[in-house]
Design a protein around this ligand. Structure first.
Ligand SMILES: NC(=O)c1ccc[n+]([C@@H]2O[C@H](COP(=O)([O-])OP(=O)(O)OC[C@H]3O[C@@H](n4cnc5c(N)ncnc54)[C@H](O)[C@@H]3O)[C@@H](O)[C@H]2O)c1
Length: 532
C-alpha cells in the first residue's frame, strides 16, 4: 500500500490522552489520567489481512484438523482474523517439507552467493512493503504504527541484509596438527531448525532467527506467537516471491503446548531456537532433551538494572530511563525495570521521572504522535494491574498512573513507583508492562551487589560521565549487554543474549551464526614428510 495513503489515514484528527488531571488519594496528591474517550473510537487500520493459513512447502494450506483460532485487536479485544490453527500433524507436514528441502536440496546445496541474492531480494521487498507490513504488525500487536514503520520494519530489512552479506563469508580453518595430517574444518548448517517467537516483537525476532539460519544454509519450521500470527505470514509470502524455494521456510501458527511442544519434541528437527519466558524456556529444554537431544538456544526474560550515578545529567538520565522502561508498552525482555538512582540526585530524578511519565502520549497506535498503545492481551493486562496493586500494597510510593485507561481494550496508564525496595515483587519479577520502579542507592559496591542479585542477566544500563565508574560497572555487571549512556541499541552486528536464567547463546552479529552451524573436522593423511 502506498505510503502516502497510510500517512493520510493516520493524520485523521483524534485527541490523544491528556495527562493533567489531579486527585487527592489517601491524603497524598497523585496524578490521574483523564478519561480515555479517544480510545473508544479506534482508527481503521490501513491494511487488510490476506494471509491467514499455514505456510507449508511454499503453499498456504488449511490446518490438517480444519481448526482456526482468533487473533484479536489489543485496542478493543475484537477479532481481526481467524487463523489456521496448527497442531502436531501440521508440524509433521512442515518438518517433512523442511527435511526434504535440506536433505535433497536445493537450499544447502545452492552456492552461498545464490542464497544471499535471495535474501537481499527479500530485504528489498520488505522495504518496498514497509508501511503495509508495519500496519499489520501494529494492528495485531498494538504497538505504535510509527514505531513499527520507522524503527522495527527497517531493522528487519537491516538484519536480512546483514546476514545476506554473511552467507558467502562463512568458512572454516586449516589447522596445524602433530603428525603427517592435513586438518581442516568445514562450518556446515545444522539441518532443520525449529524456531519459536513471542508476541512483543513478532517480526524483529523473526528476523533475528530466520536471517542467520538461512544464511548458514539451514531450513526452518517457525512457530509464531498465538497473539501475533499475521505479519510473519505476509513476509514469508514475500520471501517466496523473492525466490525462496518451497520447504525452506515453513510457518505454522498455533499454541505453545500443541504446535510449540510438537516442534521441540520432533525427532527430525535438528535444533531449536526459542524466545519467550524463562518458565517456557525450561519446558523447551526438557522436550528437546527427552526427544533427540537437539541443541537449544534461548532468549528469555529479564529484570534489567538501569543505574543513574551521582554525576549524571539528570534530565538526560530521566529521558533515557523513561524510554528504557516504557518503550513498546514496557513489553521488552531487556526493559530497564529497576531504575537505581544515587541518593544525591534521587529526589530530583523522581520528580522529573514522574513528570515525564505524565507527559507520555497514550493513544490509538494508528494516531500520529502516539508513544504508547495498548498491552497485548487480557492476560498481560490483568497481570500488570496485579503487579501495580502489589507495589502499592507493599509500601512503594505511587507517583503516577496506577490504573487502566478507557473501557475498551488493554490500555494502562504509564505508572511510576518510587521508594521501591529490592525485596518487593515489583523489583524482583518481570512485569512486562509500563511500570517504572525507582530505587535509591548510596555507593557503587552496593549498587553492583544489588543489581546482580537477580536470577536474570539480560541487560543493564549505566548513566555516568565518570570513565572510572563506567569501566567498573561494565565489568562488574553480570549481563549479556551493558549500555553506557545509551539504551536499547539494537544494531544488526551487536550480539544480544542473556547471562544466568535470561538464556544461552547470542543472537545477531557474527555470534548469531554459531547457533546454526556445526563444525566438521576433516583429517587427511599426508606423505611423511609432506613436502617430499
Ligand atoms: N530475551 C529475549 O530476547 C526476549 C525477547 C522477547 C521476549 N522475551 C521474553 O518472552 C516473554 C514474553 O513472551 P510470552 O509471554 O509470549 O512468553 P511465552 O514463553 O509464554 O511464549 C513464547 C512462545 O513460546 C510458545 N510456547 C508457550 N508454551 C510452549 C510450550 N510448552 N512448548 C513450546 N512452545 C511454547 C508460545 O506459543 C510463544 O510462541 C517475557 O518473559 C520476555 O522477557 C525475551
Amino acid at each position: 500500500m502506498a505510503a502516502r495513503r497510510i500517512s493520510s489515514l493516520l493524520s485523521r484528527s483524534l485527541p490523544l490522552i491528556s495527562s493533567d488531571g489531579k486527585k487527592s488519594y489517601f491524603g497524598r496528591r497523585i496524578y490521574r489520567y483523564s478519561t480515555a474517550a479517544a480510545l473508544e473510537d479506534p482508527i481503521k487500520p490501513p491494511v487488510t489481512v490476506e494471509y491467514d493459513k499455514l505456510l507449508i512447502n511454499g503453499r498456504f494450506v488449511d490446518a490438517a484438523s480444519g481448526k482456526t483460532f482468533k487473533t484479536l485487536d489489543p485496542r478493543t479485544g475484537e477479532v481481526i482474523a481467524h487463523v489456521a490453527e496448527g497442531d502436531a500433524e501440521d508440524i509433521n507436514r512442515a518438518v517433512a517439507a523442511a527435511r526434504e528441502a535440506f536433505d535433497v536440496g536445493p537450499w544447502p546445496k545452492m552456492t552461498a552467493y545464490e542464497r544471499s541474492k535471495i535474501m537481499f531480494r527479500f530485504a528489498d521487498l520488505v522495504e518496498k512493503h514497509n508501511d503495509e507490513i508495519a500496519a499489520l504488525e501494529s494492528w495485531d500487536n498494538g504497538k505504535p504504527y510509527e514505531q513499527s514503520a520507522n524503527i522495527e520494519i527497517p531493522k528487519v530489512v537491516r538484519i536480512f541484509r546483514y546476514y545476506a552479506g554473511w552467507a558467502d563469508k562463512i568458512h572454516g580453518l586449516t589447522i596445524p596438527a602433530d603428525g603427517p595430517h592435513h586438518v581442516q574444518t568445514l562450518h556446515e548448517p545444522i539441518g532443520v531448525a525449529g524456531q519459536i517467537v513471542p508476541w512483543n516483537f513478532p517480526l524483529l525476532l523473526f528476523a533475528w532467527k530466520v536471517g542467520p539460519a538461512l544464511a548458514c544454509g539451514n531450513t526452518i519450521v517457525l512457530k509464531t506467537a498465538e497473539q501475533t500470527p499475521l505479519s510473519a505470514l505476509l513476509v514469508s509470502k514475500l520471501f517466496h516471491e523473492a525466490g525462496l524455494p518451497p520447504g525452506v521456510l515453513n510457518v505454522v501458527s498455533g499454541f505453545g503446548p500443541t504446535v510449540g511442544a510438537a516442534l521441540c519434541s520432533h525427532m527430525n528437527v535438528d535444533k531449536v531456537a526459542f524466545t519467550g519466558s524463562t518458565e517456557t524456556g525450561k519446558v523447551i529444554v526438557e522436550l528437546a532433551a527427552k526427544s533427540n537431544l537437539k541443541p537449544v538456544t534461548l532468549e528469555l526474560g529479564g529484570k534489567s538494572p538501569f543505574i543513574v550515578c551521582e554525576d549524571a545529567d539528570v534530565d538526560k538520565a530521566v529521558e533515557l530511563a523513561h524510554s528504557a522502561l516504557f518503550f513498546n508498552q514496557g513489553q521488552c525482555c531487556c526493559a530497564g525495570s529497576r531504575t537505581y538512582v544515587h541518593e544525591k540526585v534521587y529526589d530530583e530524578f523522581v520528580e522529573k521521572a514522574k513528570a515525564r511519565a505524565m507527559k507520555r502520549t497514550v493513544g490509538d497506535p494508528f494516531k500520529s504522535g502516539t508513544e504508547q498503545g495498548p498491552q497485548i492481551d487480557a492476560v498481560q493486562f490483568k497481570k500488570i494491574l496485579r503487579y501495580i496493586r502489589s507495589g502499592t500494597e507493599s509500601g512503594a510510593n505511587l507517583e503516577a498512573g496506577g490504573d487502566k485507561l478507557g473501557t475498551k481494550g488493554y490500555y494502562i496508564q504509564p505508572t511510576v513507583f518510587s521508594n521501591v525496595k529490592d525485596d518487593m515483587l515489583i523489583a524482583k519479577e518481570e512485569i512486562f508492562g509500563p511500570v517504572q520502579s525507582i530505587l535509591k542507592f548510596k555507593d557503587l559496591d552496593e549498587v553492583i551487589r544489588r543489581a546482580n542479585n537477580t536470577q536474570y542477566g539480560l541487560a543493564a544500563g549505566v548513566f555516568t560521565q565518570n570513565l572510572d565508574t563506567a569501566n567498573t560497572l561494565m565489568r562488574a555487571l553480570r549481563a549479556g549487554t551493558v549500555w553506557i549512556n545509551c539504551y536499547d541499541v539494537f544494531d544488526a552486528a551487536i550480539p544480544f543474549g542473556g547471562y544466568k536464567m535470561s538464556g544461552n547463546g547470542r543472537e545477531k552479529g557474527e555470534y548469531g551464526l554459531k547457533n546454526y552451524l556445526q563444525v566438521k573436522a576433516i583429517v587427511t593423511t599426508l606423505k611423511n614428510p609432506a613436502w617430499l
